[in-house]
Design a protein around this ligand. Structure first.
Ligand code: TYD
Length: 209
């Protein structure tokens, strides 16, 4: 049986890491093997690409280059780690995936449809079984991130970039409500965990896990 592919999405500072730990425990308690990974990154080559794309010194990087580096990191990650794990029946939890490229590069950078086309090739058509969009107002997200210290190249973006990213996530969630679950990330950790657990129980029941 193919495993489950779960992704978490959201603007900066939406509290994804805490929820990833909860999801991990949920499946480990069922005795399942969980692979926790992230994008950009997850494999040695993809982690090197991550360093390049997030380096706050790389201010000359063009938007198209940025989009292609994220896609290249993803192509390697999908083939080297995600697909083989799913084929073994493992649960793969990924911090960000293709929806990030749609939100940040297609909407945020304004690169449009080309992002989906390039990424269809990069992912080989792999899509998550379920995605949690941690929905937080971009201003609040920014406040949370700037409290944490050094900013990466994307977090440094000013102006309406993060609002466009937010609009991107909204459009993705509205366009695919079956897969993408909007989670109000302004609530307490406990409330958020409960809601996510409810969705996980549903998907497990559906898939006989
Ligand atoms: P990361 O530190 O993982 O962000 P966070 O902790 O907020 O999840 O950095 C990843 C950054 O890269 C984040 O700002 C979102 C951005 N990103 C894209 O622009 N496109 C993509 O395809 C991916 C995967 C991430």
């Amino acid at each position: 049986m193919r495993g489950l592919f779960i992704t978490l999405e959201g603007g900066d500072g939406a509290g994804k890491s805490t929820q990833i730990k909860n999801i991990e425990s949920f499946f480990e308690e069922k005795g399942l093997l969980v692979v926790h990974t992230r994008e950009p990154g997850g494999t040695p080559i993809s982690e090197k690409l991550r360093e390049i794309v997030l380096d706050s010194h790389n201010l000359e990087m063009k938007d198209v280059t940025e989009m292609l580096v994220y896609a290249a990191a993803r192509a390697q990650h999908v083939r080297e780690l995600v697909m083989p794990a799913l084929e073994k029946g493992h649960i793969v939890i990924c911090d960000r995936f293709l929806d990030s490229s749609i939100a940040y590069q297609a909407y945020g950078r304004g690169l449009g449809d080309m992002v989906g086309i390039v990424n269809a090739f990069a992912t080989g058509g792999l899509a998550p079984d379920i995605t949690f969009w941690m929905d937080i107002d971009p201003d609040e997200g920014k406040r949370r991130v700037s409290r944490l210290g050094d900013l990466d190249r994307l977090e440094m973006e000013e102006g309406d970039f993060h609002f466009k990213v937010y609009e991107g996530y909204k459009a993705i969630a509205e366009g695919d409500p079956e897969r993408v679950k909007r989670i109000d990330a302004t609530r307490s950790v406990e409330e958020i965990s409960e809601e996510i657990k409810k969705y996980l129980e549903q998907i497990c029941e559906k898939r006989g896990i």
